[in-house]
Design a protein around this ligand. Structure first.
Ligand SMILES: O=C(O)c1ccccc1N[C@@H]1O[C@H](COP(=O)(O)O)[C@@H](O)[C@H]1O
Length: 215
């Protein structure tokens, strides 16, 4: 039997959303350390949220956009993270992995199947849409990719599908893309930066329910 689809709930800012992600069995939760995001948290806020997390619960992923080493180091001084999600060129993401000795998920924007990487020296890939023109951030824009693009892709490392997923679309996205894991932020919010516990519950249940049945 195929393993259950992995689920990452990203951009947690408040205890209610975090508690729902834990209660419903998320595999990863994400803290956004990018000041221009409505989901940004400070290292101290992330540490306070992380203190609610049980041993053996979701892994904590820190999301950084073109970070310098000092920013990552200061964050890790405040909060223990299990991995990093990095928006930067691959060479820089590799440097970060070497320096901090943490697994790195490399965010890759795709428009066509040709954008799907054939190789990667990182630990995982987050496959999402490119940001729309004029966007102030490279992700978290509620923009889906064409879910059929990865269907025949031979992914070189573990990957997750992100971008514009919702409780109503995630099962179809999994079925069409073949994604082994999914990542959501805006699709489980009542307003930017505010997670909705019921949407988180529905999203995780829908992602876990297995193969999507074509109508
Ligand atoms: O969420 C943000 O504000 C954000 C800022 C900068 C880079 C990435 C960001 N979010 C990540 O983007 C994907 C898709 O999110 P969405 O479901 O479309 O909102 C996901 O990994 C978010 O964590």
């Amino acid at each position: 039997m195929a393993p259950p689809v992995g689920v990452k709930i990203c951009g947690l800012t408040e205890p209610e959303g975090l508690d729902a992600a834990i209660a419903h069995g998320a595999d990863w939760i994400g803290f956004v350390f990018f000041a221009r995001s409505p989901r940004a948290v400070t290292p101290a806020q992330a540490a306070s949220l992380a203190a609610r997390m049980p041993q053996g619960g979701p892994q904590r992923i820190g999301l950084f956009v073109a970070p310098d080493d000092d920013a990552i180091a200061a964050t890790l001084d405040a909060v223990a993270l299990d991995g990093l999600q990095i928006y930067a060129p691959e060479a820089r993401a590799l440097e970060i992995r070497e320096r901090f000795r943490l697994p790195v998920w490399h965010a890759r924007g795709v428009t066509t199947a040709a954008d799907l990487p054939a190789t990667s020296r990182l630990d995982g890939l987050v496959i999402e849409s490119r940001p729309p023109a004029g966007a102030s951030r490279p992700g978290g824009n509620a923009q889906p990719i064409d879910w059929t693009l990865p269907k025949d892709w031979q992914a070189p490392v573990p990957w997750m599908l992100a971008g514009g997923l919702t409780p109503d679309t995630v099962a179809r996205a999994i079925a069409l893309s073949g994604a082994p894991a999914v990542d959501v932020s805006s699709g489980v919010e009542s307003a930017p930066g505010h997670k909705d516990a019921r949407l988180i519950a529905r999203f995780i249940q829908a992602a876990r329910q297995g193969a999507y049945q074509r109508p």
